[in-house]
Write a protein that binds this ligand. Structure first.
Ligand code: PRX
Length: 636
């Protein structure tokens, strides 16, 4: 029955009648029509689902483009809608979070318990002098205290800046410095692949280079010995046990009243050139956008168990591990460690153990686990699953079909969601009722208008490649680049005036389905992680032996793309295998293990334009044996 229900027409998968019958949104077309008719009424109705301290005067203010404002005049707090709103109801006793450590530790939090922990930690932050608008850097492993810290910041109106725990010294330092954080929250260490990642040590080294930090709060996860600086470093567990954490009533802490447009968080992401940019998201519009998309795309029901396997340190984790599931009052599962630890069945065993119903992951993870064969997932009962999802890079049809057949047993539609740190929420994505084509993220979410343009700004013909743009504002959109509004305008709104430029290339087919091809700027996607060539190059150049460096992304079977670097040595430095290995380690130390180049080649010359710009495009073509294209600007 299950197999018959899923009709396969060529490469089109149609949803089963069961899926359609259960879906919250029965007609994609109808919702799109409604949103197109009146965008403000459409998003206004979605915002009504939440508790506002004061209702908005206007849904969208576009009087100062591209600095759009949403729910202007409204007062709200996203953390209030994630926690306070639920603990007033029966959901107080519902599980908000189930967490498994890599070593098998298990912790669960009801909405009541999660709220209590958030209140305690919010009181701690307040007692340290953290106020509305202050920036707090969070650099932790994947432990429940990471979402707790984020929510505690949101609750008191502080702006969190989470730095992925796989980043290292220079990446962390740059982000602390740029955000001018006064407090850093970290762990002694985190577990990954059975080893300890020395988070506190990395913080200590980063802080030698940063002057703004007054306090460091350290959550004890591994228990191994770490350096604690007197007067600066405090243990998390000691602070939350202090009377001050419980001072106000029954673990209470009042939730700050925020304007809808007040900042919620900064999240650094890599761009075309220079240092990473701090993408700024706000309380009101972000809340409405992420909750609506999660509810409609993954159709979350009260009885579901949702698992988004991303790291909370990336936008996927911010939106769809921490905030949106809590906004919907859902039960989320979170796992600390590596998917293959101790064996390649770890993920599948946890889907079985916790009865996960909706599972959202990245193509690179699927390709990585596919390599170990079907026997690993087949050892487990995966029948609780009803919907699957992917994000982060294009999914090759082979991986799509494996995921669909082996994990979803041909019953579970796959929601391939295209979006970005900047968009905050899913933008091009199916809903469960939509026909699927493996490898296509299908069509824009209701209210979103996407297009593929040529260099001159004209829409390309179906099937032709062009630049992917978004033509209308949406509530969870970034508001600016923190501290650099000019860069916000130049980067996103200048290639085609008035239109948001995504940095991706894509094709649209005859049915209006979008096929994302990849980045057109100097961003490399390694295992779905977004890295800038400029950051990798500057890490290489900070090594005493290196004069110049160029980094490019080349196709890789599992990672999607892998980093290849070309290095010009300083005079008097001799190339050797030991030096190449040293350079790889150096990039790992400065940026993090994910940024270590796959291959480093020592060269005596880099292809440059006459004005001295490295032509990465030429390096890329040469490495792949492809035509070099237009090289008229190449210097002699
Ligand atoms: O190139 C697109 C790719 O990831 C980029 C955004 O990266 P980041 O800001 O790190 O956010 C990743 C998680 C939302 C996009 O510009 N990308 C993301 N999702 C997809 C994708 N490419 C193809 N298909 C997707 N579903």
């Amino acid at each position: 029955m299950a197999n018959e229900a899923k009709e396969m027409l060529g490469d089109v998968f149609t949803p089963s009648p069961e899926i359609v019958a259960n879906a919250t949104v029965k007609s994609f077309e109808e919702m799109t029509r409604l949103a197109d008719k009146d965008l403000q009424t459409f998003w206004g109705a979605r915002a009504e689902e939440f508790e506002w301290f004061k209702k908005w005067d206007k849904v969208l203010d576009d009087s100062n483009k591209p600095f759009y404002k949403w729910f202007v005049g409204g007062q709200v707090n996203i953390a209030y809608n994630c926690l306070d709103r639920h603990v007033k109801t029966w959901r107080r006793n519902k599980l908000a979070l189930i967490w498994e450590g890599e070593n098998g530790d298990l912790r669960t939090f009801s909405y009541h318990a999660l709220n209590r922990e958030v209140c305690k930690f919010a009181n701690v932050l307040k007692s340290m002098g953290v106020k509305k608008g202050d920036r707090v850097t969070i650099y932790m492993g994947r432990v429940p205290e990471l979402p707790i810290a984020m929510l505690a910041c949101a609750k008191i109106g502080a702006v969190h800046s989470v730095v992925y725990g796989g980043f290292s010294v220079e990446a962390l330092h740059g982000r602390i410095e740029d955000s001018q954080s006064s407090v850093v929250i970290t762990c002694d260490g985190s577990y990954m692949n059975g080893k300890i990642v020395e988070l506190k040590k990395i913080v200590d080294e980063a802080l030698k280079r940063a002057a703004t930090v007054e306090h460091v709060i350290v959550y004890k996860r591994t228990g191994h010995e770490v350096y604690m600086e007197q007067g600066r470093d405090y243990w998390y567990h000691e602070l939350v046990a202090l009377p001050i954490a419980r001072a106000i009533g029954n673990n209470r802490c009042d939730t700050e009243v925020m304007d809808a447009e007040d900042p919620l968080f900064l999240l650094y992401t890599s761009g075309t050139t220079g240092k990473p940019k701090a993408i700024l998201h706000t309380h009101g519009g972000y809340m409405v956008g992420i909750a609506t998309t999660l509810q409609w795309v993954f159709d979350l029901k009260e009885e579901d168990r949702w698992w988004c396997s991303a790291d909370p340190g990336w936008i996927t984790g911010h939106s769809y591990i921490v905030y949106a599931p809590l906004l919907l009052g859902a039960t989320s599962f979170m796992y600390e460690g590596a998917p293959t630890y101790p064996y390649p069945n770890r993920w599948w065993s946890m889907i079985e153990k916790y009865g996960v119903t909706v599972f959202y992951t990245a193509p690179t993870a699927i390709r990585g686990l596919m390599r170990f064969g079907e026997a690993w997932p087949n050892r487990h009962d995966l029948s609780s699953l009803r919907l699957l999802g992917t994000v982060g890079e294009p999914i090759n049809p082979e991986a799509w079909k494996w995921y669909h057949r082996v994990i979803g047993k041909q019953r579970c539609p796959i929601m391939d969601t295209w979006w970005q740190t900047e968009t905050g929420m899913f933008m091009i994505t199916p809903l469960p009722v939509v026909n699927l084509k493996p490898g296509s993220a299908t069509r824009p979410f209701p209210g979103i208008e996407a297009e593929v343009l040529d260099e001159t700004g004209k829409p390309v013909k179906p099937g032709e490649e062009g630049f992917l743009v978004l033509k209308r504002p949406w509530p969870a959109m970034l508001r600016t680049i923190y501290g650099d509004p000019d860069r916000y305008v130049n980067q996103y709104w200048s290639k085609y005036p008035g239109v948001y430029f995504t940095g991706d290339s894509a094709r649209k087919d005859e049915d209006g389905y979008f096929w994302i091809i990849g980045r057109v700027d100097d961003v490399i996607k390694v295992s779905g992680y977004r890295l800038g060539t400029a950051e990798i190059e500057s890490a290489l150049v900070s090594h005493p032996a290196v004069a110049e460096a160029a980094a490019i992304g080349l196709p890789h079977e599992v990672k999607g793309q892998a980093i290849h670097a070309y290095v010009l040595l300083k005079q008097g430095r001799e190339p050797s295998d030991a030096l190449i290995e040293d350079l790889r380690q150096h990039v790992g130390h400065e940026m993090g293990p994910i940024a270590k180049p796959e291959k480093i080649t020592i060269v005596d010359k880099l292809p440059k334009t006459r004005s001295g710009k490295i032509m990465r495009r030429v390096l890329k073509a040469r490495a792949q044996g492809l035509p070099e294209g237009d090289i008229t600007t190449l210097e002699e």
